[in-house]
Ligand binder design. Structure first.
Ligand code: NI
Length: 255
């Protein structure tokens, strides 16, 4: 399995990281992408990717932190992004649910980082919460899926998912797929072509059933794989294999 989106640098995980990674390996999680959300967490993600063979990194400024984006931060992200183990720019996007940065600033940081990804020729990881329309408008206007990309922790509807697929994106599902009330996502998982599906934990957040309430970690991605397999009427091993292959493809991991 490939946990395509984890925050291993989070305080809840990093202090016990050797054990977290061992449990992941024991559960069959062969690769993990550690996702940055501001400059410091991006630097930490790259550090972990350099230290652990099975860990890859992304660098970027999350919409929550868009207000921290400036030319100096951008230059540092660009330098970090040249590391061969940096597999994407992210997570970037828009979050109109929490609005922790002004919306105009969120858009500006999102667009700047799309252009940065294009400049260095790497894919992007998108965070979209309650901002579907603006995210899709920007994706189309700037051809943001040119080098591929991921709609992370997808919770939108089917037409939007198909539009994202047509624009070069993969659709990634996290723990909420295992929740009973996630009917809309259950429909999307069945209809999106298998070759565009990914799984992730977004740990330490979004713990799947039956472990809800506990700190999430990469080993738990198997619950999302199992749910996806049940919904699609496929064997879990097949879904594990195919989603890993998809993640390697979008992140351009060859070995
Ligand atoms: Ni995340």
């Amino acid at each position: 399995m490939f946990d395509s989106h984890a925050h291993l640098q989070d305080g809840k995980l990093k202090n016990d990281l050797e054990n977290v990674l061992k449990r992941a390996r024991d559960a069959g999680v062969a690769r993990i992408t550690c996702i940055g959300y501001d400059l410091e967490s991006s630097q930490e993600a790259v550090g972990l990717a350099r230290k652990f063979k099975q860990v890859y990194a992304t660098v970027g400024v999350h919409p929550h932190d868009a207000k921290t984006m400036n030319p100096e931060v951008k230059e540092k992200l660009k330098n970090l992004a040249r590391d061969p183990k940096v597999v994407a720019i992210g997570e970037i996007g828009l979050d109109y649910y929490r609005d922790l940065s002004p919306r105009e600033k969120q858009k500006e940081a999102f667009i700047e980082q799309i252009l940065l990804a294009q400049e260095i020729g790497k894919p992007i990881v998108i965070h979209d919460r309650d901002a579907n329309q603006d995210v899709m408008e920007i994706i189309k206007k700037y051809k943001a899926g040119k080098n591929g990309g991921i709609m992370h922790c997808y919770s939108g509807n089917l037409p939007l998912a198909m539009e994202a697929v047509q624009n070069g994106f993969y659709i990634s599902f996290a723990g909420p797929l295992t929740y009973k009330n996630a009917r809309r996502s259950h429909e999307v998982v069945v209809k999106v072509p298998m070759e565009r599906l990914l799984v992730e934990t977004d740990c330490p957040y979004l713990t799947p059933e039956p472990l809800r309430g506990r700190i999430n970690e990469p080993a738990n991605v198997r619950y999302t794989v199992e749910k996806m397999a049940a919904l699609r009427n496929q064997h879990p091993d097949e879904v594990a294999y195919l989603t890993e292959r998809n993640a390697c493809k979008v992140y351009r991991i060859k070995d």
